[in-house]
Design a binder for this molecule. Structure first.
Ligand code: CAA
Length: 257
């Protein structure tokens, strides 16, 4: 039985982790299926924006699967950790923006999946945390690396070592969430944001995400060089001619037809 649902409509691909009885916890089967769905979706020419959410009203993803991990050897844990990290890298390096619609618990691996997304919108009942140390573990799907970049080292040290869970308002305050909205408006708000993105140049969006991502790990001079090269590359494509001409002709640019 499939553990991931996918719905493709009007350029938006909505991926739902569908294991609500376990609060969408990601066992190795979920990780494998999710990875293949993300790969296919990134390659799908019809897709312009990807939304990730969790089934049910309680959870986005409550983490890696604790029951599966109880039986794992160190070698199996290494493979599980690497599989989760590969998945987060696929999400983060997607040339199509990935938005996390965080509809409940985003804990452990769930918070790490949300952090790999380019944008995180939370519903009022969402909560975030890296409680792994309470289990004698550490955040193994990129949490120790991405959390300090998103919220700063001091706050990341605190969240990871206390294992405390924070609500959506606090996540917004510290920059872990981009926005918070009422629970029943979450998906419609995220779809609206996706539609706004879809009106913009897909090549320009992909290049911008590439510059941001590469620049984060590079010294400023290298980052600026990556940026100016990507800026110049856009001039090889019709997309920028459509965008610039539409402005001059005082009309809406049409990038996707
Ligand atoms: N793994 C496996 N099953 C999980 C799970 C998880 N991460 N989270 C919840 N579940 C299961 C529960 O075991 C329960 O199933 P059963 O009824 O069969 O026992 C079901 O989901 C419902 O959960 P609760 O009854 O616990 O629901 P609650 O509302 O009382 O509590 C919760 C919700 C606070 C999220 C609690 O379930 C919880 O603390 N979950 C674990 C969160 C966590 O520690 N996540 C980190 C995992 S480690 C990790 O992710 C490592 C990594 O970085 C890769």
């Amino acid at each position: 039985m499939s553990l991931i649902k996918i719905n493709n409509e009007n350029g938006i691909s909505e991926i739902t982790i569908d294991r609500p009885e376990a609060l969408n916890a990601m066992n190795p089967e979920v990780v494998a299926e999710f990875t293949s769905v993300i790969q296919d979706t990134v390659e799908n020419k019809e897709t312009g924006v990807i939304i990730i959410t969790g089934a049910g009203d309680k959870a986005f993803i409550a983490g890696a699967d604790i029951k599966s991990m109880q039986k794992m050897s160190a070698e199996e844990a290494l493979a599980y950790g690497k599989a989760g990290q590969k998945l987060t890298m696929l999400i983060e390096s997607s040339p199509k923006p990935v938005i996390a619609a965080v509809n409940g618990f985003a804990l452990g691996g769930g918070c790490e999946i949300a952090m790999a997304c380019h944008i995180r919108i939370a519903s009022e009942n969402a909560s975030f945390g890296q409680p792994e140390v309470k289990l004698g573990l550490l955040p193994g799907w990129g949490g120790t690396q991405r959390l300090p970049k998103i919220i700063g080292v001091g706050r990341a040290n605190e969240l990871i070592t206390t294992g405390k869970i924070i609500n959506a308002e606090e996540a917004l305050r510290i920059g872990l969430a981009n926005g918070v909205c009422p629970h029943d408006e979450l998906l419609s708000n995220v779809r609206k944001m996706a539609s706004t993105i879809l009106r913009n140049g897909p090549r320009a969006i992909a290049s911008s995400l590439h510059c941001i991502q590469e620049g984060l790990a590079a010294p400023i001079k290298e980052g600026l060089e990556i940026e100016v090269q990507e800026f110049s590359k856009l001039f090889h494509h019709d997309e920028r001619m459509e965008g610039l001409t539409a402005f001059i002709e005082k009309r809406q640019a049409n990038f996707r037809d």
